[in-house]
Write a protein that binds this ligand. Structure first.
Ligand code: SF4
Length: 236
C-alpha cells in the first residue's frame, strides 16, 4: 500500500522541527489561530489597503508603520504579476499531488481545461501557486519551512496539471513583501528529506539542541528542551 499523503502544513512544521510536528499531531485543534488568519486575509485586500489612511492602516494587523507599509505595497504594485496577485485565477485551492496535499492560497494562471489547446496539450505559461505567510520575511528569500511548502505545492500542481511547475510565490502581507521560490535540486532534495522524515515519525523525534527555534515553540515546556539563558548566550 502506498504511504498516506502528507499535508503541506505537516511538511512545513517538520522542516522547522520534526518533534514539533509530533506534538502538533497529538492536539485536537490544529486550526491556525484567528490572528494568523486575519494576517493571511490581508493578501486578499491589497487594493483596499492601498486606499486606507494612517489611522485605518494602524487598525489592521500589519507589522510596519503606515508610511512604510504603503511604500512597501507600492513596490509590490510594480511587480509584473500585480494584477494577478490582486485578481488570481483561483483562491484557497486544494492541491492533491502524488505525495502531498494542501491548500494554495492563490493560483496565478489558467489550470485544467483552460490551460490546454484543442489537442489537449498544455498552452501558455504554467500556473504559479502562491502561499501566504502570516509572519515576517527573512532578509532575503523565504524561510526553509516555507520553501518546503512551496516545493510541495509546485509538485502537487505539476502532478495535477501534467506539466512542470517550477515557480511559486510566498507572500508576507503583514509586511507587504512578495518573494519568489524557484524549484532547484537543493530545494527538491530538502523536500524529499523532510517527506521521508514525516513518513518515518512513529515516536517522538529527538529534540533540537540549543536551537533558537525552541524559544518560539509553543511546546517548549512539554518538550523539556532547555533554552540557554541570556547570560550563557552572551558567554558570561
Ligand atoms: S521545543 Fe524545540 S525541540 Fe522541542 S518541539 Fe519545540 S522546536 Fe522542537
Amino acid at each position: 500500500m502506498p504511504p498516506a499523503k502528507t499535508t503541506f502544513s505537516d511538511l512545513a512544521t517538520a522542516a522547522y522541527c520534526p518533534r514539533q510536528l509530533y506534538y502538533d499531531r497529538r492536539e485536537d485543534d490544529r486550526e491556525p489561530p484567528p490572528a494568523a488568519t486575519a494576517r493571511i486575509d490581508l493578501a486578499f485586500r491589497y487594493p483596499a489597503l492601498r486606499g486606507m489612511d494612517d489611522a485605518e492602516l494602524r487598525a489592521e494587523p500589519i507589522d510596519r508603520d503606515p508610511a512604510d507599509y504603503r511604500a512597501a505595497l507600492d513596490r509590490v504594485t510594480e511587480r509584473p504579476d500585480w494584477d494577478a496577485l490582486t485578481d488570481p485565477d483561483g483562491t484557497r485551492v486544494l492541491l492533491d499531488g502524488k505525495d502531498a496535499r494542501g491548500v494554495a492560497h492563490k493560483i496565478l494562471g489558467a489550470t485544467g481545461a483552460a490551460a490546454r489547446d484543442d489537442e489537449g496539450e498544455p498552452k501558455g505559461d504554467p500556473p504559479v501557486p502562491v502561499l501566504v505567510s502570516p509572519g515576517a520575511p527573512p532578509e532575503s528569500g523565504v524561510w526553509e519551512p516555507q520553501s518546503v511548502r512551496a516545493v510541495a505545492a509546485m509538485h502537487a500542481l505539476s502532478w495535477e496539471e501534467g506539466r512542470r511547475v517550477r515557480r511559486a510565490l510566498v507572500e508576507y502581507p503583514a509586511h507587504a513583501v512578495v518573494r519568489e521560490v524557484r524549484l532547484s535540486v537543493r530545494r527538491s532534495g530538502t523536500y524529499r528529506r523532510v517527506l521521508r522524515t514525516v513518513r518515518g515519525i512513529d515516536g517522538p523525534p529527538g529534540r533540537l539542541s540549543g536551537s533558537e527555534k525552541c524559544r518560539e515553540c509553543r511546546h517548549r515546556d512539554r518538550c523539556g528542551v532547555r533554552t540557554r539563558s541570556l547570560r550563557s548566550r552572551l558567554g558570561l
